[in-house]
Ligand binder design. Structure first.
Ligand code: SF4
Length: 377
């Protein structure tokens, strides 16, 4: 089984925290859809004979495109061997959609919708420079559910400057009052070069303190679990049977093909990423060539990638897999280093699997980095 990721790099407005590759949408961006189809044609051999079980249209903002354009993009299914139950996800911004838009997506085969709600508080949305407000978010979510999409996920952000734990609690209560099947919740991260990053440099914005951040993370876990969700990845919660297959496959080292500028592809032995520039991308594809960089994954890199992705999930590090793929040396390395983390209550061993405790999930980046082979940290 394999996946296809399709990147739509257009946004109507710049969110203050964003460091994804995107450009401000322009009317002439419609030519982009044809280029994506051309790229899919040029790269139809990339996944070999593997069956495609997931397609994910992300961004940027896929919903800046019309339903017809999304329909056209999904014609790439004709180029690959696609499973009849293929999970087809699209990310949508609440203020871009209405019943007609949603119906058209449903008719074209989309069966999973990811709504970028982020917060139910207008003050947070304004601070983050999101286009929508809380009322629009509610309307969009209600319409999505009424349109017959069974598999609906929403994105939320916590740890926003000024957000109290009580505010976050109210955001979670509103979210969980809807019949959503999946929830992705990310702690706001202030990255250099973003609008928030610049505000932080000038001293006019600061991150939430650690204690409040930790309280919000623990509250998230508590509320999501009591609402029947399973915490299957640090930032992801799903009702049974509704985990994101696409993202789970990333964490399980399944091959995927990434289409569009900046999109990454992985085939088990190498990783490659397209040029991070729409104009250069379109020019190259139009002339029948591909513009990308590639990294062959040596044993050490594959080991580190395995640690990095598996430890974020509830499936954890499988010690039998480590021994099989990375020999006794890799096995001993993980077992020795994880001993201390277990003593500190940051990890636990369940049979032959190592997983993070809730305490460990709070500082997962440090733990993962501590378990990786040196030179790639
Ligand atoms: S919509 Fe998404 S990709 Fe676009 S600026 Fe906002 S966070 Fe970034």
């Amino acid at each position: 089984m394999a996946g296809i990721y399709i990147h739509i790099p257009f946004c109507k407005k710049l969110c203050s925290y964003c460091d994804f590759y995107h450009i401000i949408a322009q009317a002439e961006n419609s030519f982009y859809v044809d280029t994506l189809i051309k790229e899919a044609g040029l790269r139809r051999e990339y996944l070999g004979l593997e069956t495609v079980s997931t397609i994910y249209i992300g961004g940027g903002t896929p919903s800046v495109l019309s339903p017809e354009e999304i329909e056209t993009i999904l014609e790439i299914r004709k180029l690959f061997k696609v499973d009849e139950n293929c999970e087809i996800t699209i990310e949508l911004n609440p203020d871009d959609i209405d019943r007609n838009y949603l119906q058209r997506l449903k008719d074209s085969g989309v069966n999973r919708v990811s709504l970028g709600i982020q917060s139910w508080r207008d003050s947070d949305l304004k601070l983050m420079n999101r286009r929508h407000n809380a009322a629009q978010a509610a309307t969009a979510l209600e319409q999505t559910l009424k349109s017959g999409f069974e598999n609906v996920t929403i994105d939320l952000i916590y740890g926003i400057p000024g957000m109290t734990t009580a505010d976050w609690s109210a955001n979670l209560d509103i979210s969980l009052s809807y019949d959503i099947k999946h929830l992705s919740a990310y702690h706001l991260s202030i990255e250099p070069g973003t609008v928030f990053g610049k505000m932080k440099e000038k001293g006019i914005l600061s991150e939430l303190d650690e204690e409040e951040s930790s309280a919000q993370f623990h509250l998230l876990i508590e509320k999501a679990l009591s609402a029947g969700f399973i915490h299957y990845e640090i930032s992801n919660f799903g009702k049974p049977g509704y985990f994101s297959i696409h993202n789970s496959n990333y964490w399980k080292q399944v091959s995927y093909l990434g289409l569009g500028p900046s999109a990454h592809s992985f085939n088990g032995y190498s990783r490659q990423w397209n040029v991070r520039d729409v104009k250069k991308y379109v020019k190259a594809i139009d002339s029948g060539s591909l513009l990308f960089e590639r990294e062959e994954l040596d044993k050490k890199t594959r080991f580190n990638e395995y640690i990095m992705t598996s430890l974020r999930t509830m499936w954890g590090i499988d010690l039998d897999y480590v021994e099989k793929k990375f020999d006794k040396e890799g096995y001993d390395y993980v077992v020795n280093l994880s001993g201390k983390m277990i003593d500190y209550g940051l990890m636990k061993q369940e049979n032959k699997t190592l997983v993070l405790t809730n305490q460990g999930k709070m500082i997962s980046d440090n733990i993962i980095s501590g378990l990786m082979l040196p030179g790639d940290k």
